[in-house]
Design a protein around this ligand. Structure first.
Ligand code: MN
Length: 244
């Protein structure tokens, strides 16, 4: 049986065309061979709203996703902090099924939990406050009621502020909080957790009350791409494009 693939944190944008091309090649390569592709957030550097689907860069990426789903690969999309405004319009255009987090399902017989990962960074209090505000329906409705051009300007300003804030935040604050991970694993007692967001690609193994638990952290697509492939044998991380 073919594998299920997981990616996150591609941060696709027109100013980084090489990564966009690599992602399109990924969709036409491993993506086509897979039974399902799970995108766990931050596919786009930002998403200003589904009325931006006709912008040429967005249209190319979303069109490629649609081709993949028409080919027969299942596509699942869990929103990240950069593309949390992706909605039903994006889902229809891409053929993706939108997932809410935490997404609980059975992956090749293994109870599995999927998240973007930003909620696990509970030490970053200012970010968590910001997240709570922008994820409210009231904020979303008010923001999306503004003209697209104005929304994009506001997002640019927010991104600049966030970059500046990151300069002065200790690295430890931007990683997951060990307690938040332990609480989550204790609550669900799932043997497999897959998330992204921190850009700290890793495979952590832990033991929760005698039960082994694997936590895979997906890598970003800044220097090069990577993905996680899971099947009956288990999961393994792979670089994209493949190592020469
Ligand atoms: Mn993120």
């Amino acid at each position: 049986m073919s594998a299920a693939l997981f990616v996150s944190d591609l941060h696709l944008c027109p100013t980084r065309p090489k990564i966009a091309r690599q992602f399109l090649a990924f969709l036409n390569g491993p993506g086509r061979e897979a039974q399902a592709l799970y995108i766990l957030g931050d596919l786009f550097e930002y998403w200003a709203g589904d009325d931006d689907l006709s912008e040429p860069f967005n249209a190319e990426i979303v069109g490629a996703l649609k081709n993949l789903t028409e080919h027969g690969t299942g596509l699942f999309f869990l929103r990240g902090n950069r593309d949390f405004l992706a909605g039903e319009g994006f889902a229809r255009a891409s053929g993706a099924v939108l997932l809410e987090e935490p997404h609980l399902f059975t992956l090749f017989g293994k109870p599995t939990l999927l998240m973007h990962g930003d909620t696990l960074c509970s030490d970053d209090l200012s970010y968590q406050e910001f997240r709570e505000e922008v994820r409210s329906q009231a904020w979303r409705d008010a923001f999306l009621a503004q003209p697209l051009g104005l929304r994009k300007k506001q997002i640019e300003a927010l991104r600049k502020r966030s970059e500046q804030a990151k300069q002065v935040k200790p690295a430890s604050i931007m990683d997951v909080n060990a307690g938040a991970v332990a609480n989550l694993l204790q609550r669900y007692r799932f043997p497999l957790l897959i998330h992204g967001h921190t850009h700290r690609q890793a495979h952590h193994e832990s033991n929760i009350d005698g039960q082994p638990c694997e936590r895979w952290v997906l890598g970003d697509w800044f220097e090069r791409g990577s993905y996680l492939a899971c099947d009956e044998e288990g999961c393994r991380a792979a670089p994209w494009p493949p190592a020469a």
